[in-house]
Design a protein around this ligand. Structure first.
Ligand code: KG4
Ligand code: ZN
Length: 410
């Protein structure tokens, strides 16, 4: 099954084409084409993502990225084509709020053959609604213009499924690793921090969640306090690494006060998290420091990462014991964090060698369209795509993980 996928939930515009096969038992996904445009620099001067700007950028970039992806997949066929009047009318309606996108797509349709694609998958939530709508409307237009089913896909499901896919050496083929249920997923991203248990495919039970900030959000806010440029997470992480590298100097330095941050809710008898107190503790610590030297910054960054790592590891250990976990997977942008990856690799190797453990490939850690195609394929093994009426689908900023509604054959 050849899937075109689209991701526009935040500030990454991404399009990919995957050839998926094997069902749930032998799921492989060959990446035929992939194009991703990160808007980070556009938002940097505002210190965070501006939804209306993200929407405008998605509108401008989706068609060029589609063209690039199809070209890479060798599916781009130039030809003069006409659009049926009823289809043209529908497209005008669907893209009435995305003027740039409408013009670009109509002109694309008039100059290219329909590519050999079986379905279009698109993120419909969670995320920034204006941004989600742009990708969703584009997918609707594609579905109508090329008469292919649309598979509305949950962004977080994308993070879970893609984290289980391992890239085969020297190929563009991802293969799903062995999974034994119950599976525990730790989702750590800019908008989410939660633990989810699956007893079978597409059956989600959220067992723990953050009571305030998401981990990625805390990373970004603390980075800002330290005067680091947006996007904060990666910059804070780099600074912490630097701190570790020259630890003998940073920590022995007489003018560097010691920094000890709390580990919020680490011992609470549940699977919930809280990160806003940690962020506030950094704020109070910095208030007492007259001179925010590079040494101090490195020390705070390192201690912050360690506090987050301690809490995540403790809560995962608790969840593993409580839920009889057989497979553990981490997904979401913060899973790109080196320190957190190492902490979990150590934990799983020493404490739980019998549990199957998956971290996402680096390119699948932060937002991308590949993960959307993968999750769409997996879901399509259980739910008939044709049952979805594209025109009925709405963008849902706060979308939760959804269990199967109507399974095939039921
Ligand atoms: O999954 P993602 O790309 O987007 C959302 O769905 O939110 O996650 C983005 C989050 C941001 O908060 C970003 O700062 C954080 O992931 N992040 C990191 C790192 N790379 C991305 N946080 C810590 N260390 C990193 N290396
Ligand atoms: Zn994400």
């Amino acid at each position: 099954m050849r899937i075109l996928s689209i991701e526009t939930s935040c500030d990454e515009t991404a399009v990919s084409v995957l050839d998926c096969n094997g069902g749930t038992a032998n799921f492989t996904a060959e990446l035929l084409g992939n194009a991703l445009y990160s808007q980070t620099e556009k938002h940097a001067k505002f210190g965070g993502v501006v939804p209306s700007l993200a929407k405008r950028e998605h509108s401008m970039n989706l068609v060029p990225l589609l063209e690039r992806t199809l070209h890479e997949a060798q599916l781009l066929l130039v030809a003069e084509r006409s659009i049926a009047p009823d289809v043209e009318e529908l497209l005008r309606g669907i893209l009435s709020r995305e003027h740039t996108l409408h013009e670009a797509f109509v002109s694309f349709l008039k100059t290219h053959e329909k590519p050999e694609i079986d379905a279009v998958a698109v993120t419909y939530g969670p995320g920034l609604e204006p941004a989600l709508w742009t990708g969703l409307n584009f997918a609707k237009a594609i579905s109508i213009a090329w008469h292919i089913p649309m598979i509305p896909t949950n962004h977080m499901e994308g993070h879970i499924v893609s984290s289980l896919m391992k890239k085969q050496k020297d190929t563009n083929i991802y293969e799903m690793g062995a999974v034994t249920f119950p599976l525990l997923a730790l989702l750590i991203s800019g908008g989410h921090t939660e633990m989810v248990v699956m007893k079978k495919w597409i059956d989600f039970k959220v067992v723990g969640t953050t009571r305030d900030d998401a981990v990625g959000e805390a990373f970004d806010k603390v980075a800002r306090m330290l005067g680091l440029p947006y996007p904060g997470g990666i910059n804070l992480s780099n600074l912490a690494e630097e701190g570790r590298r020259i630890a003998h100097r940073t920590f022995a330095h007489p003018e560097t006060p010691s920094c000890e941050l709390p580990r919020p809710m680490i011992n609470s008898p549940n699977l919930d998290f809280s990160f806003s107190g940690l962020k506030t503790a950094v704020l109070y610590f910095l208030k007492e420091i007259p001179d925010l030297t590079d040494y101090v910054k490195m020390k705070v960054a390192r201690e912050f990462e360690e506090a987050v790592g301690d809490v995540l590891v403790a809560k995962v250990a608790r969840a593993i014991a409580q839920e009889n976990v057989k497979t553990f997977v981490i997904g979401g942008g913060v899973s790109a964090n080196k320190h957190i990856r190492i902490r979990f690799e150590d934990l799983m190797k020493t404490e739980y060698p019998d549990i199957k453990f998956y971290l996402p490939e680096q390119e699948l850690s932060t937002d991308n369209a590949i993960m959307i195609g993968m999750a769409a394929y997996l879901r399509s093994q259980f739910e008939a795509n044709e049952l979805v009426d594209p025109m009925e689908v709405r963008a849902e900023g706060n979308l939760r993980l959804q269990n199967l509604k109507l399974a095939i054959g039921e």
